[in-house]
Every structure is written in structure tokens, then in C-alpha cells.
Write a protein that binds this ligand. Structure first.
Ligand code: NOJ
Ligand code: MG
Length: 530
């Protein structure tokens, strides 16, 4: 039989680091690259194969790094390019790869490209951004709404034209119809790939191309999703345009030309049928695409199973899913799915680590860290500042990582004010959980280890198994069975022979099953049916 080689990004587990909140090595209150280097032991022990670094490039931080002023320079708060190289090397020695976050849809208004572009209508980079005249009534060129709310256009006094921004006015959108923009990004890709990065997470990669004619979006109808209803329009012309696939194919060719071991993972906040398109033919666009219907699903067996089955069905042959429950934009799953209940959090960890596809953990997920309320006076996210109290923004999922139960949380020195408050650490911290074999941290660690030694859990096919209401069970490959009781009542799954490898009730590890498995509310088990 021919042996099929599984790429590392399929067999492995990814981990998102939000650098400013991971670990602060120089006691200035900001996490930094040296801090990540100092914590590589933790990631190696956990069994992580790759880290996705949220942006570390130069930024005035209107949107905390997602407004890039120079794609090839490191933000001084976070470190230097030498430290970045040291991080890639140090991680590499531990078998951990590093993926960058690439933000191609927009730059910072301080990027020199935009400084030039806005300077005059004849500037050499004028067409690198999207400029248009006001309507006859002096209104913005069309009705597009920014995904951060309000018009997607801002009038620029220097030339009297509007520029497009799908996020903050400080984040002007690039014009991806322009070949020079495309080739400038090819160079940025190469700059980092040549430095040894293992690939990129690509920010809002589904919206980079907009309708060339800048047509108005149609009004939302009651069939549209929450966001469309909120904005009053269906985003037909300012995102998910067919031409975006040309750019993705270009990036895929470039990435694959690097020894075939680098990967692209797209931020694709779309429904599953649209998501499937971003995989192209299964091998010519994104290697992986984040599944937002899954992240935003309630923690219910029927709904989650439906999303996973739909994903399995609609993704093209050869395409590889990615599963995640938290990130720096969404509420953490320990709060949203887990509601602080360790049983629920454990079941969610089992789910994330046992589906077919790459699990992407967000820093803190491994200890079941939940959202931390951040008061109005401490808010840093522009969305929180703008929309409080209607919306508190994204700071609650960006608070510093609690390494120890001590002032500063092991994140920074005692007495230093961290950029976002760490709050009372309490028992949810790495050090205390490391010394407790029953902790969420050990559950995460042990599941990752089991996954590493069990090819079925890495690449085995997914198949739903008939289960009572509230229970979601699935097979992986020939001999692994995963069962989650996502209900408040006891449940029984019939026709199960085998041995529990890991259960959220750790006393059940190794329990032999003869015919049935009984599950307490929110209990999950991973069974070897041989
Ligand atoms: C998605 C990023 O994850 C988010 O943090 C950012 O604000 C927007 N894209 C704009 O770049
Ligand atoms: Mg620092």
C-alpha cells in the first residue's frame, strides 16, 4: 500500500497567540516577542504544532495591529525583527512552526502607500486605494456600510473625494483590482516565507475585492442574517466577489512554491456553502478556512452536528476543515459554550480536538479561560469605546494570559499596570492547573497527546452515529468513537464495545465498555472500539 504523507498542518494542532496579552518580558505592561519565546516550553509541553501570531507588524494601533503601517517591520512595543527570527528558530527547535497574520484588505492610514495616495489625485499610489466622488447631492459614492458600523466611506479634504474603508476610517481599503497591489503583497509573502514562517492567517480574505462599479447593496430581507438586518443591507457588492478567487489562487501558488509545507488559513466569516468556495477545487485556494457558523453556534448537539455534517458534505474533495471556539474577536468558548461550568468546558475541548480537521486553540482555551469584564474606563478596543454600553467590544477576550495566581498573574511584574487589566487570577491559571491532573489543562494536554498517537483522530473520516436527543456521537476512522452528552440529563449510548481512552471525568479513563456507555450531563468520552 502506498503511504500517504499527511501535512503537518492537518495532523497538528494550532494555537493563536495574541502577542500583546501573552507574556510581558520587559515589564512595560505589553506582552512581547521575548515573552512568547520565554513561554515556548508551555506550548511544547502542551503539544502544539504551530502558532498563529496575531499581527506583530508596525501599527498605530487604531485596531491593535490590524491597521498595518509597514508589513515588513516589527512593532517596537512587541520587539524587533531579530527577536522575531529568534522566535521562529526557538519554536522550530521544539517542532513548533510560526504563522503570521496578514492583513491585505486594508492598511493603516499611516502606511506610506496611503500617505502618498491621499496626497493628490495624480499621486503614484492614488489607485492603490478605492477613491470615488460624492453623489450629486454630496452623499458618499454608494450605500455600503462598514463592518464596524456607519458608512464605509470617508471624505478626504485634500482631494475632495471619498475613500473606502470596510472597518475604521483609519483602515483604508486597498484596491485589489490593481496589479501593483497584488505584486506588492507577493513581495510581503516572500519576505516572511523567506524568514521561515510556516504560512499566514489571512484577515477577512473574503472581502478584499469589491464590485468594480461600486454598485449599491440591496436592502436586507427578513431571510438575511443578523448582521445584514442590523446594517439594513445584504453585503452583495462589498464582499465575496467572484474575482477574489483569482487572488487566492495566486497566493496558493506562491505559498506552495515554498517546499509544499506552508499553509494559508483564511478568516472567512460566511455561511458553510460560501465557505466551501474558498477551498477552490480542494487544492488550489485556501488550505484551511475558519468556520464561523461553528464558532457562533449554540452549544447544542443538533445544531453543532448539523454544521459539521454540512461542512463535511459541502467541502470539496481533499479540502481540510479547521475548528475553533474562540479568538480575539469572539467571546471565549469557556464563557459562551461553557458558561464557566468545567464539565461543559471539558466537553467543548473534546469536541474541538476530536473532529476531522485542524483544531485552532486561542491562548487561554487550554485552561478554560473565560471572558473577563473590562470596565469602560479600561477599554482599549475602538469598538467598545465607540459603542459602549450597547456593545462592550472585544477587550473581554483579549485580557492577559493568567500564568500564575499572583499580582501581575505571571504575565507582567507585580505592580505593573498591564495594557488591559488581568483582574483576579484565581484558580484559572497555568501554574495551578499544571499541578492538578484533573484540570482542563491536563485534559487538553492529554487529548492532544492522544491525537498525536492515534492516526484515526488526526485523519480518520468523520461519521455521525445515531444517538439519543442531546447526545452527539461520531466515529473517526475504523476504531475511534467520540460521544458528547450536551444535555442536562443522563444519557445512554447503545452498542458500544471498547475502552474509554479519555473522559472528561478522568476517573473513567481506561474504563472497559460492554454494550453501552452511560454519560452524565455534559460528559464527554473518547473511546477506542477495538
Ligand atoms: C478581523 C480581525 O480578526 C479583527 O480583529 C479586525 O478588527 C478586523 N478583521 C479588521 O482587520
Ligand atoms: Mg513588554
Amino acid at each position: 500500500m502506498t503511504e500517504i504523507h499527511t501535512p503537518w498542518w492537518q495532523s497538528g494542532v494550532l494555537y493563536q497567540v495574541y502577542p500583546r496579552s501573552f507574556s510581558d518580558s520587559d515589564a512595560d505592561g505589553n506582552g512581547d516577542l521575548q515573552g512568547i519565546i520565554d513561554r515556548l516550553d508551555h506550548l511544547e509541553w502542551l503539544g502544539i504544532d504551530g502558532i498563529w501570531l496575531s499581527p506583530i507588524t508596525l501599527s498605530p494601533n487604531a485596531d491593535w495591529g490590524y491597521d498595518v503601517a509597514d508589513y515588513c517591520a516589527v512593532e517596537p512595543d512587541l520587539g524587533t525583527i531579530e527577536l522575531f527570527d529568534a522566535l521562529v528558530a526557538g519554536a522550530g527547535r521544539r517542532g513548533i512552526r510560526v504563522l503570521m497574520d496578514l492583513v491585505p484588505n486594508h492598511t493603516s492610514e499611516e502606511h506610506l502607500w496611503f500617505v502618498d495616495s491621499r496626497s493628490s489625485k495624480t499621486a503614484s499610489k492614488r489607485d492603490w486605494y478605492v477613491w470615488a466622488d460624492a453623489t450629486a447631492e454630496g452623499a458618499p459614492p454608494n450605500n455600503w456600510v462598514s463592518s464596524f458600523g456607519g458608512p464605509a466611506w470617508t471624505l478626504d479634504a485634500t482631494t475632495g473625494q471619498f475613500y473606502l474603508h470596510n472597518h475604521l476610517a483609519e483602515q483604508p481599503d486597498l484596491n485589489w483590482w490593481h496589479e501593483d497591489v497584488r505584486s506588492a503583497f507577493d513581495d510581503i509573502f516572500r519576505f516572511w516565507l523567506d524568514r521561515g514562517v510556516a504560512g499566514f492567517r489571512i484577515d477577512v480574505c473574503n472581502i478584499i475585492i469589491k464590485d468594480k462599479q461600486l454598485r449599491d447593496n440591496p436592502p436586507a430581507t427578513e431571510d438575511d442574517d443578523f448582521e445584514a438586518q442590523l446594517f439594513g443591507q445584504r453585503p452583495v457588492y462589498n464582499g465575496n466577489r467572484p474575482e477574489v478567487h483569482d487572488v487566492l489562487r495566486r497566493w496558493r501558488r506562491l505559498t506552495d512554491s515554498y517546499d509544499g509545507s506552508r499553509a494559508l488559513i483564511g478568516e472567512t466569516p460566511v455561511k458553510v456553502d460560501v465557505l466551501a468556495r474558498y477551498y477552490g477545487d480542494g487544492s488550489d485556494e485556501l488550505h484551511m478556512a475558519f468556520n464561523f457558523p461553528f464558532i457562533t453556534s449554540p452549544f447544542e448537539a443538533e445544531t453543532l452536528r448539523g454544521i459539521v455534517e454540512e461542512t463535511e458534505e459541502l467541502l470539496p474533495l481533499g479540502a481540510w476543515p479547521a475548528w475553533t471556539g474562540s479568538n480575539h474577536d469572539m467571546s471565549r468558548f469557556a464563557s459562551r459554550w461553557g458558561e464557566g461550568n468545567p464539565s461543559k468546558i471539558g466537553a467543548a475541548i473534546v469536541m474541538l480536538l476530536c473532529l476531522r480537521g485542524t483544531p485552532v486553540l486561542y491562548q487561554g482555551d487550554e485552561i478554560g479561560l473565560g471572558d473577563r469584564a473590562v470596565g469602560h474606563e479600561d477599554m482599549r478596543d475602538p469598538l467598545g469605546v465607540l459603542y459602549f454600553p450597547a456593545y462592550a467590544g472585544r477587550d473581554a477576550m483579549r485580557t492577559p494570559m493568567p500564568w500564575r495566581d499572583a499580582p501581575g498573574g505571571g504575565f507582567t511584574d507585580p505592580g505593573v499596570a498591564s495594557w488591559l487589566p488581568i483582574g483576579d487570577t484565581g484558580p484559572c491559571n497555568v501554574e495551578d492547573q499544571r499541578s492538578d491532573p484533573r484540570s482542563i489543562l491536563h485534559l487538553t494536554h492529554d487529548l492532544i497527546a492522544l491525537r498525536r498517537e492515534t492516526p484515526e483522530l488526526q485523519t480518520g473520516a468523520y461519521e455521525s452515529v445515531k444517538a439519543p436527543d442531546g447526545v452527539w456521537a461520531w466515529r473517526r476512522g475504523d476504531h475511534m468513537l467520540v460521544a458528547l452528552n450536551l444535555s442536562e440529563g443522563d444519557a445512554t449510548l447503545a452498542d458500544v464495545e471498547g475502552r474509554i481512552r479519555i473522559g472528561t471525568d478522568r476517573q473513567r479513563d481506561d474504563e472497559v465498555l460492554r454494550g453501552v456507555v452511560r454519560l452524565h450531563p455534559w460528559e464527554a468520552v473518547v473511546i477506542d472500539t477495538r
